[in-house]
Write a protein that binds this ligand. Sequence first.
Ligand code: HEM
Length: 378
Amino acid sequence: SDAVAFHGTHQAGIVTPAQDRLHFVAFDVVTKDRDRLIQLLKDWTVAATRMTAGKDAGEVGAVAGLPEAPPDDTGEAIGLPASALTLTIGFGPTLFRTADGRDRFGLAGRQPGALAPLPKFTGDTLDAALSDGDIGIQACANDPQVAVHAIRNLARIGMGVVSVRWSQLGFGRTSSTSTGQATPRNLFGFKDGTRNLKAEQDELLREHLWVQPGDGPAWMDGGSYLVTRKIRMLVETWDRSPLVEQEAIVGRHKGSGAPIGLAGEFDEPDLTSVGDDDEPIMPKIAHVRLAHPATNNGARMLRRGYNFVDGSDGLGRLNAGLFFISYQRDPAKAFIPVQRSLAAQDEMNEYIRHVSSGLFACPPGIRDAGDFWGSGLF
Ligand code: HEM
Protein backbone atom coordinates (compact mmCIF):
# COMPACT_ATOMS: atom_id res chain seq x y z
CA SER A 1 0.00 0.00 0.00
CA ASP A 2 1.08 3.62 -0.32
CA ALA A 3 0.62 4.34 3.40
CA VAL A 4 3.47 5.79 5.49
CA ALA A 5 3.79 4.32 9.00
CA PHE A 6 2.33 6.68 11.62
CA HIS A 7 4.13 5.17 14.63
CA GLY A 8 7.89 5.26 15.13
CA THR A 9 10.89 6.80 16.86
CA HIS A 10 10.46 10.08 14.98
CA GLN A 11 7.33 11.68 13.55
CA ALA A 12 6.65 10.88 9.90
CA GLY A 13 6.67 13.80 7.49
CA ILE A 14 10.17 15.02 8.31
CA VAL A 15 12.65 12.67 6.60
CA THR A 16 9.81 10.91 4.75
CA PRO A 17 10.55 11.41 1.02
CA ALA A 18 8.79 14.73 0.39
CA GLN A 19 5.32 14.16 -1.06
CA ASP A 20 3.97 16.35 -3.87
CA ARG A 21 1.34 18.32 -1.92
CA LEU A 22 1.00 20.24 1.31
CA HIS A 23 -1.78 21.55 3.51
CA PHE A 24 -0.34 23.28 6.57
CA VAL A 25 -2.57 24.61 9.34
CA ALA A 26 -1.90 26.65 12.47
CA PHE A 27 -4.48 26.50 15.25
CA ASP A 28 -5.12 28.70 18.26
CA VAL A 29 -6.37 26.91 21.37
CA VAL A 30 -9.60 28.63 22.39
CA THR A 31 -10.39 26.69 25.55
CA LYS A 32 -8.84 27.41 28.96
CA ASP A 33 -9.49 23.84 30.04
CA ARG A 34 -6.31 21.72 30.12
CA ASP A 35 -8.28 18.46 30.14
CA ARG A 36 -10.19 19.40 27.00
CA LEU A 37 -6.89 20.15 25.28
CA ILE A 38 -5.47 16.76 26.30
CA GLN A 39 -8.65 14.99 25.16
CA LEU A 40 -8.44 16.71 21.78
CA LEU A 41 -4.82 15.62 21.32
CA LYS A 42 -5.94 12.05 22.05
CA ASP A 43 -8.89 12.27 19.64
CA TRP A 44 -6.66 13.79 16.96
CA THR A 45 -4.12 11.00 17.36
CA VAL A 46 -6.78 8.35 16.77
CA ALA A 47 -8.07 10.18 13.68
CA ALA A 48 -4.54 10.75 12.38
CA THR A 49 -3.70 7.06 12.80
CA ARG A 50 -6.78 6.17 10.76
CA MET A 51 -6.40 8.77 8.03
CA THR A 52 -2.69 8.10 7.42
CA ALA A 53 -3.70 4.46 6.87
CA GLY A 54 -6.19 5.56 4.19
CA LYS A 55 -9.27 5.18 6.39
CA ASP A 56 -12.11 7.54 7.34
CA ALA A 57 -11.36 9.91 10.23
CA GLY A 58 -13.94 8.20 12.47
CA GLU A 59 -14.87 4.57 13.02
CA VAL A 60 -18.36 4.80 11.55
CA GLY A 61 -17.31 6.69 8.46
CA ALA A 62 -18.81 9.24 6.12
CA VAL A 63 -22.03 7.46 5.15
CA ALA A 64 -22.69 4.51 7.49
CA GLY A 65 -23.87 6.43 10.55
CA LEU A 66 -27.26 7.55 11.80
CA PRO A 67 -28.97 9.72 9.18
CA GLU A 68 -29.96 12.16 11.94
CA ALA A 69 -26.34 12.82 13.00
CA PRO A 70 -23.45 14.61 11.29
CA PRO A 71 -21.06 11.96 9.94
CA ASP A 72 -17.71 11.36 11.69
CA ASP A 73 -15.90 11.82 8.38
CA THR A 74 -16.53 14.51 5.80
CA GLY A 75 -16.48 12.13 2.84
CA GLU A 76 -14.32 13.74 0.16
CA ALA A 77 -11.60 11.10 0.47
CA ILE A 78 -13.95 8.12 0.00
CA GLY A 79 -12.26 5.71 -2.39
CA LEU A 80 -8.93 7.51 -2.36
CA PRO A 81 -5.80 5.65 -1.23
CA ALA A 82 -3.61 6.82 1.69
CA SER A 83 -1.50 8.73 -0.88
CA ALA A 84 1.50 8.67 1.48
CA LEU A 85 -0.32 11.04 3.83
CA THR A 86 1.76 12.16 6.80
CA LEU A 87 0.52 14.35 9.66
CA THR A 88 3.20 16.06 11.72
CA ILE A 89 2.35 18.10 14.81
CA GLY A 90 4.26 20.87 16.54
CA PHE A 91 3.61 23.21 19.46
CA GLY A 92 4.20 26.97 19.23
CA PRO A 93 5.69 29.21 21.96
CA THR A 94 2.23 30.71 22.67
CA LEU A 95 0.88 27.35 23.84
CA PHE A 96 3.30 27.53 26.78
CA ARG A 97 2.88 31.17 27.73
CA THR A 98 1.17 34.29 26.41
CA ALA A 99 3.17 37.22 25.03
CA ASP A 100 2.97 38.82 28.50
CA GLY A 101 4.35 35.68 30.14
CA ARG A 102 1.18 34.10 31.56
CA ASP A 103 1.21 30.30 31.92
CA ARG A 104 -1.78 28.97 29.97
CA PHE A 105 -2.06 25.25 30.65
CA GLY A 106 0.49 24.65 33.38
CA LEU A 107 3.07 24.11 30.63
CA ALA A 108 5.31 27.17 31.10
CA GLY A 109 7.96 25.11 32.89
CA ARG A 110 8.09 22.74 29.93
CA GLN A 111 8.87 25.31 27.25
CA PRO A 112 12.23 24.46 25.68
CA GLY A 113 14.78 27.28 25.44
CA ALA A 114 15.02 26.49 21.72
CA LEU A 115 11.33 27.42 21.37
CA ALA A 116 11.96 31.12 22.03
CA PRO A 117 10.01 33.28 19.54
CA LEU A 118 12.07 34.02 16.41
CA PRO A 119 13.78 37.43 16.29
CA LYS A 120 12.74 40.08 13.76
CA PHE A 121 14.85 39.93 10.59
CA THR A 122 15.81 42.84 8.36
CA GLY A 123 13.19 43.30 5.64
CA ASP A 124 10.47 41.21 7.33
CA THR A 125 6.98 42.20 6.19
CA LEU A 126 5.10 39.69 8.30
CA ASP A 127 1.32 39.61 8.56
CA ALA A 128 0.55 38.77 12.20
CA ALA A 129 -2.77 37.16 11.27
CA LEU A 130 -0.91 34.73 8.99
CA SER A 131 1.86 33.99 11.49
CA ASP A 132 2.57 31.93 14.61
CA GLY A 133 -0.10 29.77 16.29
CA ASP A 134 -0.40 27.50 19.33
CA ILE A 135 -0.34 24.26 17.33
CA GLY A 136 0.93 23.63 13.80
CA ILE A 137 0.03 20.58 11.75
CA GLN A 138 1.72 19.72 8.47
CA ALA A 139 -0.22 17.41 6.16
CA CYS A 140 1.73 16.11 3.17
CA ALA A 141 0.34 13.71 0.58
CA ASN A 142 0.64 12.86 -3.08
CA ASP A 143 -3.00 13.86 -3.60
CA PRO A 144 -4.12 17.37 -2.55
CA GLN A 145 -7.64 16.11 -1.79
CA VAL A 146 -6.21 13.70 0.78
CA ALA A 147 -4.12 16.41 2.49
CA VAL A 148 -7.06 18.83 2.62
CA HIS A 149 -9.41 16.09 3.86
CA ALA A 150 -7.04 15.37 6.75
CA ILE A 151 -6.72 18.99 7.88
CA ARG A 152 -10.43 19.61 7.45
CA ASN A 153 -11.32 16.66 9.65
CA LEU A 154 -8.81 17.63 12.34
CA ALA A 155 -10.35 21.13 12.36
CA ARG A 156 -13.84 19.60 12.55
CA ILE A 157 -12.87 17.36 15.48
CA GLY A 158 -11.26 20.35 17.21
CA MET A 159 -14.27 22.62 17.04
CA GLY A 160 -14.75 24.49 20.33
CA VAL A 161 -11.24 23.61 21.53
CA VAL A 162 -9.14 25.08 18.73
CA SER A 163 -9.81 27.44 15.87
CA VAL A 164 -7.95 27.72 12.59
CA ARG A 165 -5.59 30.70 12.74
CA TRP A 166 -4.17 30.35 9.22
CA SER A 167 -3.61 27.64 6.67
CA GLN A 168 -1.60 27.22 3.49
CA LEU A 169 -1.80 24.95 0.47
CA GLY A 170 1.34 24.00 -1.42
CA PHE A 171 2.16 22.07 -4.56
CA GLY A 172 5.40 20.96 -6.19
CA ARG A 173 7.69 20.11 -3.30
CA THR A 174 10.75 22.36 -3.48
CA SER A 175 13.16 19.99 -1.78
CA SER A 176 14.18 16.40 -1.96
CA THR A 177 14.68 14.83 1.44
CA SER A 178 16.03 11.52 0.21
CA THR A 179 18.82 10.62 -2.21
CA GLY A 180 16.32 8.48 -4.16
CA GLN A 181 14.37 11.56 -5.29
CA ALA A 182 15.22 13.79 -8.25
CA THR A 183 15.66 17.44 -7.24
CA PRO A 184 12.51 19.46 -7.97
CA ARG A 185 12.39 23.14 -8.96
CA ASN A 186 11.01 26.21 -7.23
CA LEU A 187 9.08 29.00 -8.96
CA PHE A 188 12.30 30.86 -9.86
CA GLY A 189 12.91 27.83 -12.08
CA PHE A 190 15.95 26.57 -10.14
CA LYS A 191 16.57 23.14 -8.69
CA ASP A 192 15.98 23.36 -4.95
CA GLY A 193 17.11 20.94 -2.28
CA THR A 194 20.34 19.78 -3.94
CA ARG A 195 22.44 20.31 -0.82
CA ASN A 196 19.74 19.44 1.69
CA LEU A 197 20.01 17.12 4.68
CA LYS A 198 18.79 13.73 3.44
CA ALA A 199 17.13 10.76 5.13
CA GLU A 200 20.14 8.51 4.48
CA GLN A 201 22.65 10.73 6.34
CA ASP A 202 22.23 9.21 9.82
CA GLU A 203 25.16 10.96 11.43
CA LEU A 204 24.29 14.41 10.05
CA LEU A 205 20.65 13.93 11.08
CA ARG A 206 21.74 13.18 14.65
CA GLU A 207 23.93 16.24 14.67
CA HIS A 208 21.63 18.71 12.91
CA LEU A 209 18.03 17.43 12.79
CA TRP A 210 16.95 15.43 15.84
CA VAL A 211 16.92 16.87 19.35
CA GLN A 212 19.33 14.84 21.49
CA PRO A 213 19.05 13.92 25.18
CA GLY A 214 20.40 16.80 27.27
CA ASP A 215 19.53 19.49 24.70
CA GLY A 216 16.47 20.58 26.69
CA PRO A 217 13.37 19.08 28.31
CA ALA A 218 13.22 15.30 27.77
CA TRP A 219 9.77 15.45 26.09
CA MET A 220 11.51 16.83 22.97
CA ASP A 221 14.22 14.12 22.75
CA GLY A 222 13.98 12.66 19.25
CA GLY A 223 11.88 15.60 18.08
CA SER A 224 12.78 18.54 15.89
CA TYR A 225 12.03 22.28 15.62
CA LEU A 226 9.97 23.41 12.65
CA VAL A 227 10.24 26.86 11.08
CA THR A 228 7.71 27.96 8.45
CA ARG A 229 8.10 31.10 6.36
CA LYS A 230 5.63 32.07 3.67
CA ILE A 231 7.84 33.85 1.15
CA ARG A 232 6.12 35.75 -1.63
CA MET A 233 8.20 35.62 -4.82
CA LEU A 234 7.87 38.59 -7.16
CA VAL A 235 8.01 36.31 -10.17
CA GLU A 236 7.16 39.03 -12.73
CA THR A 237 10.25 41.03 -11.69
CA TRP A 238 12.39 37.89 -11.62
CA ASP A 239 11.23 36.91 -15.10
CA ARG A 240 12.54 40.22 -16.49
CA SER A 241 16.07 39.69 -15.15
CA PRO A 242 18.74 38.15 -17.42
CA LEU A 243 19.63 34.48 -17.04
CA VAL A 244 23.22 35.27 -16.08
CA GLU A 245 21.98 37.55 -13.28
CA GLN A 246 19.49 34.94 -12.02
CA GLU A 247 22.33 32.41 -11.87
CA ALA A 248 24.64 34.81 -10.03
CA ILE A 249 21.91 35.54 -7.45
CA VAL A 250 21.31 31.84 -6.75
CA GLY A 251 24.95 30.75 -7.24
CA ARG A 252 23.97 27.83 -9.44
CA HIS A 253 23.38 27.19 -13.14
CA LYS A 254 19.70 27.10 -13.97
CA GLY A 255 19.71 24.07 -16.25
CA SER A 256 22.00 21.61 -14.47
CA GLY A 257 21.75 22.97 -10.95
CA ALA A 258 25.56 22.84 -10.75
CA PRO A 259 27.34 25.45 -8.62
CA ILE A 260 28.61 28.43 -10.67
CA GLY A 261 31.73 27.37 -12.58
CA LEU A 262 31.13 23.63 -12.16
CA ALA A 263 29.35 21.00 -14.25
CA GLY A 264 27.61 18.50 -11.96
CA GLU A 265 24.54 19.20 -9.82
CA PHE A 266 26.10 17.47 -6.84
CA ASP A 267 29.59 18.99 -7.19
CA GLU A 268 30.51 20.76 -3.96
CA PRO A 269 30.08 24.55 -4.26
CA ASP A 270 33.55 26.13 -4.46
CA LEU A 271 33.52 29.22 -2.25
CA THR A 272 37.24 30.04 -2.39
CA SER A 273 38.57 29.95 -6.00
CA VAL A 274 38.92 33.27 -7.78
CA GLY A 275 38.67 33.99 -11.51
CA ASP A 276 40.94 35.98 -13.85
CA ASP A 277 39.45 39.21 -12.48
CA ASP A 278 40.49 38.26 -8.92
CA GLU A 279 36.80 38.08 -7.95
CA PRO A 280 35.49 34.84 -6.38
CA ILE A 281 33.97 32.52 -9.00
CA MET A 282 31.04 31.96 -6.61
CA PRO A 283 29.65 35.52 -6.34
CA LYS A 284 29.94 37.15 -2.90
CA ILE A 285 26.18 37.75 -2.75
CA ALA A 286 25.12 34.32 -4.08
CA HIS A 287 22.32 32.67 -2.09
CA VAL A 288 24.19 29.36 -1.85
CA ARG A 289 27.28 31.12 -0.46
CA LEU A 290 25.29 33.06 2.14
CA ALA A 291 23.28 29.96 3.14
CA HIS A 292 26.27 27.58 3.08
CA PRO A 293 27.30 25.89 6.36
CA ALA A 294 30.84 27.30 5.94
CA THR A 295 29.41 30.84 6.09
CA ASN A 296 27.21 30.07 9.12
CA ASN A 297 29.31 28.24 11.67
CA GLY A 298 28.38 24.81 10.30
CA ALA A 299 24.61 25.48 10.33
CA ARG A 300 22.53 22.83 8.56
CA MET A 301 18.79 22.19 8.35
CA LEU A 302 16.39 19.91 6.52
CA ARG A 303 14.36 21.99 4.06
CA ARG A 304 10.96 20.66 3.02
CA GLY A 305 9.15 23.58 1.40
CA TYR A 306 6.42 23.80 -1.25
CA ASN A 307 5.53 26.19 -4.05
CA PHE A 308 2.28 28.12 -3.75
CA VAL A 309 0.12 30.25 -6.03
CA ASP A 310 -2.76 31.82 -4.12
CA GLY A 311 -4.50 33.27 -7.16
CA SER A 312 -3.51 36.80 -8.11
CA ASP A 313 -3.10 40.02 -6.19
CA GLY A 314 -5.44 42.36 -8.08
CA LEU A 315 -2.46 44.26 -9.49
CA GLY A 316 -1.91 41.93 -12.43
CA ARG A 317 0.59 39.75 -10.58
CA LEU A 318 0.47 36.16 -9.39
CA ASN A 319 0.37 35.80 -5.63
CA ALA A 320 3.09 33.19 -5.83
CA GLY A 321 6.03 32.03 -3.79
CA LEU A 322 7.66 29.47 -1.59
CA PHE A 323 6.16 28.12 1.59
CA PHE A 324 9.54 27.50 3.23
CA ILE A 325 9.69 24.72 5.81
CA SER A 326 12.79 23.72 7.69
CA TYR A 327 13.39 21.23 10.48
CA GLN A 328 16.38 21.48 12.77
CA ARG A 329 17.76 20.43 16.15
CA ASP A 330 18.06 24.05 17.31
CA PRO A 331 16.79 27.11 15.37
CA ALA A 332 19.42 29.29 17.09
CA LYS A 333 22.15 27.25 15.39
CA ALA A 334 20.42 26.74 12.02
CA PHE A 335 17.52 28.82 10.70
CA ILE A 336 18.28 31.98 12.69
CA PRO A 337 21.94 32.52 11.70
CA VAL A 338 21.26 31.53 8.07
CA GLN A 339 18.23 33.83 7.77
CA ARG A 340 20.26 36.67 9.41
CA SER A 341 22.95 36.19 6.78
CA LEU A 342 20.38 36.07 3.96
CA ALA A 343 18.35 39.03 5.28
CA ALA A 344 21.45 41.21 5.45
CA GLN A 345 23.07 40.47 2.08
CA ASP A 346 21.11 38.19 -0.24
CA GLU A 347 20.53 39.82 -3.65
CA MET A 348 17.46 37.56 -3.86
CA ASN A 349 15.76 39.89 -1.35
CA GLU A 350 14.92 42.22 -4.22
CA TYR A 351 12.63 39.49 -5.55
CA ILE A 352 11.09 38.06 -2.35
CA ARG A 353 9.05 39.17 0.69
CA HIS A 354 8.66 37.16 3.89
CA VAL A 355 4.95 37.49 4.74
CA SER A 356 4.36 34.85 7.42
CA SER A 357 6.43 33.08 10.04
CA GLY A 358 5.91 30.16 12.39
CA LEU A 359 7.94 28.20 14.92
CA PHE A 360 6.84 24.86 16.37
CA ALA A 361 8.39 22.23 18.63
CA CYS A 362 7.63 18.84 17.04
CA PRO A 363 7.84 16.06 19.65
CA PRO A 364 9.29 12.62 18.84
CA GLY A 365 7.23 9.90 17.17
CA ILE A 366 4.10 8.28 18.54
CA ARG A 367 5.25 4.99 20.08
CA ASP A 368 2.11 2.84 19.83
CA ALA A 369 -1.69 2.88 19.95
CA GLY A 370 -1.64 3.89 23.66
CA ASP A 371 0.45 6.99 22.99
CA PHE A 372 -0.84 10.37 21.76
CA TRP A 373 0.40 13.62 20.23
CA GLY A 374 2.15 15.66 22.93
CA SER A 375 1.83 12.93 25.61
CA GLY A 376 5.27 13.87 26.97
CA LEU A 377 4.02 17.37 27.78
CA PHE A 378 1.36 16.44 30.32
C1 HEM B 1 19.92 26.56 -1.19
C2 HEM B 1 16.30 28.93 -3.36
C3 HEM B 1 14.98 30.86 0.89
C4 HEM B 1 18.37 28.23 3.07
C5 HEM B 1 19.07 27.05 -2.16
C6 HEM B 1 19.15 26.76 -3.58
C7 HEM B 1 18.12 27.42 -4.17
C8 HEM B 1 17.40 28.13 -3.15
C9 HEM B 1 17.77 27.42 -5.66
C10 HEM B 1 20.20 25.88 -4.27
C11 HEM B 1 19.87 24.44 -4.31
C12 HEM B 1 20.13 23.70 -3.03
O1 HEM B 1 21.28 23.50 -2.63
O2 HEM B 1 19.17 23.30 -2.42
C13 HEM B 1 15.63 29.67 -2.40
C14 HEM B 1 14.52 30.56 -2.67
C15 HEM B 1 14.14 31.11 -1.46
C16 HEM B 1 15.03 30.56 -0.45
C17 HEM B 1 13.89 30.79 -4.03
C18 HEM B 1 13.05 32.09 -1.15
C19 HEM B 1 11.98 32.25 -1.89
C20 HEM B 1 15.77 30.32 1.86
C21 HEM B 1 15.67 30.58 3.27
C22 HEM B 1 16.62 29.83 3.88
C23 HEM B 1 17.33 29.11 2.85
C24 HEM B 1 14.66 31.52 3.92
C25 HEM B 1 16.94 29.70 5.36
C26 HEM B 1 16.97 30.71 6.18
C27 HEM B 1 19.06 27.56 2.11
C28 HEM B 1 20.13 26.61 2.40
C29 HEM B 1 20.60 26.14 1.17
C30 HEM B 1 19.79 26.79 0.16
C31 HEM B 1 20.63 26.21 3.78
C32 HEM B 1 21.72 25.13 0.94
C33 HEM B 1 23.06 25.83 1.02
C34 HEM B 1 24.19 24.82 0.88
O3 HEM B 1 24.46 24.09 1.84
O4 HEM B 1 24.78 24.75 -0.20
N1 HEM B 1 18.00 27.89 -1.92
N2 HEM B 1 15.92 29.71 -1.06
N3 HEM B 1 16.79 29.43 1.64
N4 HEM B 1 18.88 27.63 0.75
FE1 HEM B 1 17.45 28.71 -0.17
